[in-house]
Design a protein around this ligand. Structure first.
Ligand code: HMG
Ligand code: MG
Length: 287
């Protein structure tokens, strides 16, 4: 039997958050509903962040309310603080994610606070989620390169991963936020991180700005990672990371993994349908 590699679908959140044009609620719901038929175990639906910071995600509670949930799919939300957690819980998110940075420059730009302040804000989220029995995923951004601080030392990534592990994150996703990682820098980063967390609890989150995301996924596979974040249609970018392009496209990752002999459990026809929907939503007015 072929070994399983999971793709965690990001398009409704990471894919759409950067769009300047207001996308209709019905279109967001239709995208999630289409993705629910593709065979994903986890789909990131939205984020409960300040609407002033990320206006496109302001209707995440309505998206959660409007989707038709498929059995066995975990519908996830980003939560930067307790207020966000409470919103996500009220909306019925199955799991949430806190997101930290490996560089001080990006932490300031994305969360308006230092790395250690961000971790302090996550502590009450972790406590509340534990009481509610809600799983919390962790993200670390700019794991190889930061648009403000330059190359990221691998030990800085390992330190933040260790903090998220100690707080109780069940998995940590490593974000190449601006898509400048190379197989060598990804490998060096992973070697440091693997001293703190085993490969089974790590995920790779590659943006494809420089067209190296698939190579970086292969480098991560070689070190044992078996979960990768991706967005259908290659949608995405981070509004607080200048120059960040889309997430690596789910359909491209699924095709590469199939070539390499892995099983993703995804229906390629439904993926193509979702990718078309996603691309149409991007429409005119792209940044
Ligand atoms: P702040 O301005 O420092 O904090 O923002 P604040 O407490 O002063 O709040 C500002 C306003 O937001 C206030 O409203 C709060 O009430 C409100 P006002 O009084 O001005 O009317 N507020 C909230 N509203 C809704 N939900 C909340 C919430 N919290 C406060 N949860 C804050 C701090 C963290 C809120 C802000 O910096 C923020 O929302 N940042 C989120 C940025 C973001 O979503 N970035 C994209 C996601 S991360 C990403 O894409 C990377 C990833 O994909 C991995 C990778 O690629 O690397 C995950
Ligand atoms: Mg991202």
């Amino acid at each position: 039997m072929r070994e399983r590699v999971e793709i965690f679908e990001m398009a409704p959140r990471d894919g759409l958050q950067n769009e300047k044009r207001a996308i209709a609620l019905a279109d967001k719901i239709a995208l999630v509903d289409c993705l629910s038929r593709a065979g994903f175990a986890r789909i990131e639906v939205g984020s409960f962040v300040s609407p002033k910071w990320v206006p496109q995600m302001a209707d995440s509670a309505q998206v959660f309310a409007g989707i038709t949930r498929a059995p066995g799919v975990s519908y996830a939300a980003l939560t930067p603080n307790l207020r966000g957690y409470e919103g996500a819980k009220a909306a019925g998110a199955d799991e949430v994610a806190v997101f930290a940075s490996a560089s001080e420059g990006f932490s300031r730009a994305n969360l308006n606070c230092s790395i250690s302040e961000s971790l302090e804000r996550f502590a009450p989220v972790m406590e509340a989620a534990k009481v509610d029995n809600v799983k919390v995923r962790g993200y670390v951004s700019v794991v190889t390169d930061c648009p403000f601080d330059g190359p990221t030392p691998p030990e800085n990534v390992a330190r933040v991963v260790a903090s998220l592990r100690d707080m109780g994150c069940y998995e940590v996703s490593l974000g190449d936020t601006i898509g400048q990682g190379r197989p060598e820098s990804v490998t060096a980063m992973l070697k440091a991180v693997l001293n703190e967390m085993p490969a089974e609890k790590l995920a790779g989150h590659f943006h494809d700005t420089a067209g190296r995301a698939l190579d970086n996924i292969e480098a991560s596979l070689a070190l044992g990672l078996r979960v990768f974040d991706a967005a259908v249609g290659g949608l995405g970018g981070c509004p607080y990371a200048p120059g960040a392009a889309g997430n690596v496209a789910t359909e491209a990752v699924a095709a590469r993994l199939a070539q390499l002999g892995y099983d993703t459990g995804l229906d390629m026809d439904v993926l193509a349908e979702a990718a078309n929907l996603a691309r149409a939503m991007k429409g005119q007015g792209d940044v």
